[in-house]
Design a protein around this ligand. Structure first.
Ligand code: HT7
Ligand code: ZN
Length: 889
């Protein structure tokens, strides 16, 4: 395939200043007339042809300054010999939205029209310089049958609307802001809106709308509240106002990703808009808030300042993920006292780091490893990755860790002052941060250009007689790093604390600092391959302090330090840094689980150490801890994460070890689990707040542990909870517990759940996913999945549904998927190929499930390789071929 390299970037020879689009909407033949004012850039030779990109378009006519023009249309390019410095070009094409199953460009979902243009979908709508550094102002006229499509929306402000002959009508929209084509959007159909007018800080009124299909209107309140909270937060935290008179969110059931930040007209997967007590879990509510925030924050970080080219994707995505993480943390912290707030912030950080380590660290160690700013790609859609998004957010967070909130804000202010209205690079952002803080961030550039997860090996030495503590940090990459990008030392902000024997923080002062500098958490700037830091002034002849390393996860690295179990249990009990408290428990559990998995993998009998049982018992019994934090601390590392830590991954052994540990923790602390279950009912009406959600999460975790016990009591609890629940979190948790226990009660509940929610697509997704994620039991899960595949409610064309059954099984159920008979791999190959013909983007995501095949035990590898070969032989799309080609390469 053609590979595009970052180093080959060239500015476009022409600018497109204005775009006037006219759509005659028809599901099978939509006609698009696109009139552009185009200017040749200074210094470009006059005979340079204009090349516009198009995909799957039927060309009808081309006119240049109103006169029919010569244009050649081949290989997805329309070549026009303009020969003038400035001209008006009109291109008329038509396309077939109803036949568009890729969900890129203009498509039909449930009878309504939607668009998705990022990254390169605009070229499926009209011929264009479809690249982010071409910014134009858009005027859009939509014409359609009035009865079938009463609502006609596009970016910006509605300036005109009215009837047309033959039962048609039109609406004209003008977006005053210049934007790249990937931010264009239109929506047309039978939709209704929840509306609210608010005043922003300067007193200007703003019309906010959440558009959905009529039956979904009652589920829009939370999205609206989240939007208002996002607007307020961006004003407060960054001084960034909403710049349009109206801001619209539209929900669509068929969507490849979570949502899209089109200027003033955000289009969302229904999963991230619709929420009510009966159908959405607490996690769903939190996700709606986070995604509404994310898309809204893009209005400045992405839209007002956009990317010069797609290699810079993390400029907007890393920054915007960081912003949504901070927003969610503030929202969760907002309601409680200071201690609760700190705990809520830690819980949010834990959730984000759990996900980063499970998915991004694995990506960084596999064949798709790439830097935050990739060097090359065959298909840009394959680079909407956890590295660009989540590692990118960690890179942005490090600026804040280095400069503090105020310093970070100064950098943001300077960034907007310099670049508002421009398409820029990650280097421009770094330079603004550096200049605003008088810092040299040259070395920091390596975070953008080097792939792989850095490791920091820590050695400590304590001189009790002198009250000195030495910390030696050595940074390096794993020897088997799969990337040819440089591996030079990074600037790593490394936050540390030291605990005395009673578990209290010691004041820390480096040897060249005055006494006044002492603080209990110090952020060390590690810049060399190896560096020693010495803390002085510690109590003379005190006991050896316990180091608390990389507090709050101050950098996206792996820390290698030989803690013994006792030290981890001590940190779990005492660390003032809540993140590291959790981290200690996870390290303790991970080590125990890996030992057990190795033993089981070698055919032995595994035992869980009593230190671990006791340490978890202490957390269970500690009622001073916030429930949400306790739930995190008591949730074991995932099977996916654990398998990734093995030299050769053995998903079956990991599952057996984790199940055994859960069983042992359930049995050893049965009375405590029972007590927690009883003590954490939530009184009063349902509220999806962080505090209430934390209580429900802990209580449902307890139910899950109780369901591991071999007696019937948990089944009764779960049945009662299932029946009496007044919200989806409790009902679905109870259903999960019943499904784990199995038997007729599980079957009955699953049937009841289906009947209750038959007309709620997002809930039926949960129903499919839950079954696909069950471990093999009396029935093999692969057989259940194949049966569900033929269920009338299954639909491969709908990405949410495909994800709920296929991805949940292939990516969310490692032990069953990696069955020794390769039945999972055969299913995977079939589905990748089926999806490849419908929706390459979704197919490529599924294809990635097997990219780490070389990491697995030899008995599984052959089956995976054969399945990959089968897909390579049959796949047509650039998307899937890039992923599978790299996996096999
Ligand atoms: N910026 C948006 C990316 C996106 C997307 C990319 C490719 C194909 C479909 C897509 N839908 C949305 C989402 C975001 O990060 O906010
Ligand atoms: Zn984004």
């Amino acid at each position: 395939p053609t590979v595009i390299h970052r180093r080959d970037y060239m500015p476009p020879p022409y600018r497109i200043e204005t775009v006037d689009l006219h759509f005659d909407l028809d599901p099978h033949r939509t006609v698009v007339r696109n009139t552009m004012r185009i200017v040749r850039r200074d210094g470009v030779p006059a005979d340079t042809p204009l090349e516009l990109l198009g995909e799957g378009l039927q060309l009808e006519a081309v006119t240049l300054d109103g006169v029919a023009a010569e244009a050649s249309d081949a290989d997805g390019r329309l070549r026009v010999a303009a020969g003038r410095a400035s001209f008006e070009l009109t291109v008329t094409t038509h396309c077939d939205p109803a036949a568009n199953s890729s969900l890129m460009g203009l498509y039909v979902s449930n009878g309504n029209f939607f668009t998705q243009c990022e990254a390169e979908g605009f070229r499926k709508i009209t011929y264009f310089l479809d690249r982010p550094d071409v910014m134009a102002t858009y005027t859009v006229t939509l014409a359609a049958d009035k009865e079938a499509y009463p609502v006609l929306l596009s970016n910006g402000n509605l300036v005109e609307s009215g009837p047309l002959p033959d039962g048609r009508h039109y609406a004209k929209w003008v977006d005053p802001f210049a934007k790249p084509s990937y931010l264009f959007a239109l929506v047309a159909g039978k939709l209704v809106a929840l509306e609210e007018t608010i005043q922003i800080a300067d007193g200007t009124p703003k019309l906010l709308q959440v558009w959905v299909e009529p039956q979904d209107l009652p589920k829009t309140r939370h999205a609206m509240d989240s939007l208002i909270a996002s607007i307020r937060w961006d004003e407060r935290r960054y001084g960034l106002p909403l710049d349009l008179d109206r801001f619209m969110i539209v929900a669509v059931g068929d969507f490849n990703m979570g949502a899209m930040e089109n200027k003033g007209l955000n289009i969302f997967n229904t999963k991230y808009v619709l929420a009510d007590q009966q159908t959405a879990t607490d996690t769903d509510f939190a996700n709606v808030e986070a995604v509404v925030g994310h898309e809204y924050f893009h209005n400045w970080t992405g839209n007002r300042v956009t990317c010069r080219d797609w290699f810079q994707l993390s400029l907007k995505e890393g920054l915007t993920v960081f912003r949504d993480q901070e927003f969610s943390a503030d929202m969760a912290a907002g309601e409680g006292d200071a201690a609760q707030a700190a705990s809520a912030v830690a819980v949010k950080r834990i959730e984000d780091v759990r996900m980063l380590r499970q998915t991004q660290f694995a990506e960084d160690a596999g064949p798709m490893a790439h830097p935050v700013r990739p060097e090359s790609y065959a298909e840009i859609n394959n680079f909407y990755t956890v590295t660009v998004y989540e590692k990118g957010a960690e890179v942005v967070r490090m600026y804040q860790t280095l400069f503090g909130r105020d310093g970070f804000r100064r950098g943001m202010d300077l960034y907007f002052q310099r670049h508002d209205g421009q398409a820029v690079t990650c280097d421009d952002f770094r330079q603004a941060m550096a200049d605003a803080n008088g810092a040299d961030l040259a070395q920091f550039e390596r975070w953008y250009s080097q792939a792989g997860t850095p490791r920091v090996a820590v050695e400590t030495a304590y001189d009790a007689a002198a009250g000195r503590y030495r910390l030696t940090l050595r940074q390096h990459y794993a020897e088997d790093r799969r990337s040819d990008t440089p591996a030079d030392p990074l600037l790593i902000p490394f936050a540390v604390g030291l605990l005395d024997a009673a578990g209290r923080d010691l004041p820390l002062r480096l040897n060249d600092e005055p006494e006044s500098a002492a603080a209990t958490t110090r952020v060390l700037a590690l810049t060399g391959a190896e560096q020693t830091f010495e803390f002085v002034g510690l109590p003379i002849d005190g006991a050896t302090p316990t180091p608390s390393l990389l507090r709050h996860f101050s950098a996206p690295v792996i820390v290698d330090y030989e803690y013994d179990d006792a030290a981890l249990a001590f940190l779990l009990a005492h660390d003032s840094d809540a993140f590291n408290r959790w981290e200690a428990g996870q390290r303790l559990a991970t080590r125990a689980l890996l030992e057990m998995a190795q033993t089981l993998s070698a055919g032995g009998q595994a035992r869980l150490s009593e230190t671990v049982v006791d340490a978890f018992g202490k957390v269970l019994a500690d009622d001073t801890l916030a429930p949400a934090f306790r739930e995190q601390a008591l949730t074991l590392p995932s099977e996916t994460f654990l398998a990734e830590q093995m030299i050769e991954a053995d998903p079956g052994a990991v599952h057996a070890a984790r199940t055994q540990m859960r069983g042992r923790l359930a049995e050893a602390h049965a009375a405590l689990w029972q007590r927690i279950y009883e003590a954490h009912r939530t009184d009063g009406p349902y509220r999806p707040t962080a505090v209430d959600a934390g209580r429900r999460a802990l209580r449902n975790l307890a139910l899950g542990y109780l369901a591991e016990l071999p007696d019937a009591a948990a089944a009764t609890l779960a049945e009662t909870q299932y029946r009496e629940a007044d919200n989806m979190t409790d009902r679905f948790s109870a259903l999960g517990a019943l499904a784990r226990i199995g038997g007729t009660a599980a079957q009955d509940a699953l049937q009841d759940f289906y009947r209750r929610f038959e007309h709620e697509p997002l809930v039926i997704d949960k129903w499919f996913a839950l079954q696909a994620m069950q471990p093999d039991g009396a029935a093999r899960t692969i057989d259940t999945v194949r049966r569900l595949f033929t269920h009338p409610a299954f639909n491969l064309k709908n990405p949410n549904r495909a994800r709920s059954l296929i991805f949940s099984f292939c990516a969310g159920n490692p032990a069953a998927f990696h069955a020794a008979d390769a039945s999972g791999y055969a299913f995977w190959a079939e589905q990748v190929l089926a999806l490849d013909a419908l929706n390459p983007q979704v197919a490529a995501r599924l294809a990635r499930v097997l990219e780490r095949w070389r990491k697995y035990v030899p008995t599984l590898r052959d089956g995976m390789e054969a399945a990959l070969q089968r897909v390579m032989a049959g796949a047509r799309s650039r998307d899937v071929r890039e992923v599978v080609g790299k996996a096999l390469g």
